[in-house]
Design a binder for this molecule. Structure first.
Ligand code: NPG
Length: 368
């Protein structure tokens, strides 16, 4: 294949359809770094999950941009024939920084697959063409406001709802949603590390509501605490922030800390590592689902491809476009009978709206 490539780094600023509030903060505008990998044969796009400020992930947009331009790209470009697997290996020389690495590797992968006219689904080994999805609901101003919001999503056809919880906003919202929408609604909660093992009694009260899972109640490092919770709660413990690589997934499973795993490709350094975690979990009988970080069409398309793998047996956080954006920089995804279709076509299958992309671009540079 090609020995020539050009790389563009672009920052976009997109207003969210509504404010998104978790135990870690509030967001109403999303600023994102996009990576574009252009060869003589095709071009690939990826988005970086780093926020402008390090609220949720330790990396931030500006440092990810500079790391890609000044460290990762020169490393990867040493091989003029580099592909995603080669880039994955080369970037191991740099510790940490999974979000920056994921963005660069994913742009290379998208370009490589488009050049070969192959879908990411086939490349990763997936087979499904409809992905079972859910919606993530932020912390609301009141129980009444929460019920109104969930009502909208249930009416739109989401079969699974995830409620963000935090100390003081946990048992009451879960009870209220169960009471209003009944036992058939698939319901789960996400604490984003907001509790400690001293909260065991509060968390155990959630057992009464037949939840699919309790996601990341404790800090990322506290695997033994999660294992203790898993032994004492009926609700399965799902890990998110604790899982940063295939090795950390193996340790968590072995310790009994993870009964379910949320695979977020950005958090683990890209789709190749995400596939490795999937394969491990499938072999060990641990169900997985795909997490989301308010992706644009670029990341949403790629996540749908990943979730076509056989171990993704729980609904993923891949909502319809309108849940997050009034207008997106690529095609719109809609929910149909509780599922979203995996986009067809090569690579991620994302189709960009270049005019709209221009209009939300706040910074752009060619770095190679
Ligand atoms: O569907 O994209 C989505 C959002 C799912 O709740 C969701 N993501 O804590 O997992 C999370 C949360 C998140 C949002 C994490 C933004 C990081 C950034």
């Amino acid at each position: 294949m090609s020995s020539q490539f050009k790389v563009e780094l672009r920052t976009v600023r997109m207003p969210l359809a509504g404010e998104f509030r978790t135990s870690r903060g509030r967001e109403s505008v999303r600023e994102m770094l996009l990576v574009r990998w252009v060869t003589d044969h095709a071009e690939g796009w990826a988005e970086c999950a780093a926020d402008a400020d390090p609220v949720y992930f330790p990396e931030r947009l500006e440092s990810a941009r500079r790391l890609i331009a000044e460290v990762l790209l020169p490393l990867v470009a040493k091989n003029p024939e580099v592909d995603a697997a080669g880039a994955h290996g080369a970037m191991k020389a740099v510790p940490g920084n999974p979000l920056a690495k994921a963005a660069l590797e994913s742009a290379i992968l998208d370009s490589e697959l488009r050049a070969h006219d192959m879908s990411m689904k086939s490349y990763l080994g997936g087979s499904r063409d409809k992905i079972s999805v859910g919606v993530s609901v932020g912390i609301a101003e009141s129980l009444a406001a929460l019920i109104r919001e969930v009502e909208v999503y249930v009416t739109e056809g989401y079969p699974r709802v995830k409620l963000k919880i935090a100390p003081g906003w946990d048992v009451d919202p879960v009870r209220a949603v169960r009471k209003e929408f009944g036992d058939d609604l698939l319901l789960q909660v996400d604490a984003n590390q907001a509790y400690t093992t001293a909260d065991m009694n509060t968390l155990r009260r959630l057992d009464a509501y037949d939840l699919l899972l309790l996601e990341q109640p404790l800090t990322a490092e506290d695997l033994s605490g999660h294992a203790r919770l898993a032994r004492n709660l009926r609700t399965p413990i799902c890990l998110d922030e604790s899982i940063t690589s295939c090795a950390s997934a193996a340790t968590a499973i072995q310790m009994g800390a993870a009964q379910i795993i949320n695979i977020k490709p950005a958090r683990v350094g890209g789709y190749l590592e995400a596939r490795a975690i999937h394969d491990l979990c499938l072999a060990q009988g641990i169900p997985v689902w795909c997490g989301g970080v308010l992706e644009t069409a670029i990341g949403r398309a790629a996540n749908l491809q990943l979730a076509s793998l056989p171990g993704f047996t729980l609904p993923s956080d891949i909502s319809a476009t309108k849940r997050y954006y009034v207008k997106d920089i690529g095609q719109e995804f809609d929910i149909e009978l509780g599922t979203i279709n995996v986009p067809e076509g090569p690579g991620t299958g994302a189709v960009l709206d270049l005019d709209y992309l221009e209009s939300v671009t706040v910074d752009q540079e060619w770095v190679l």
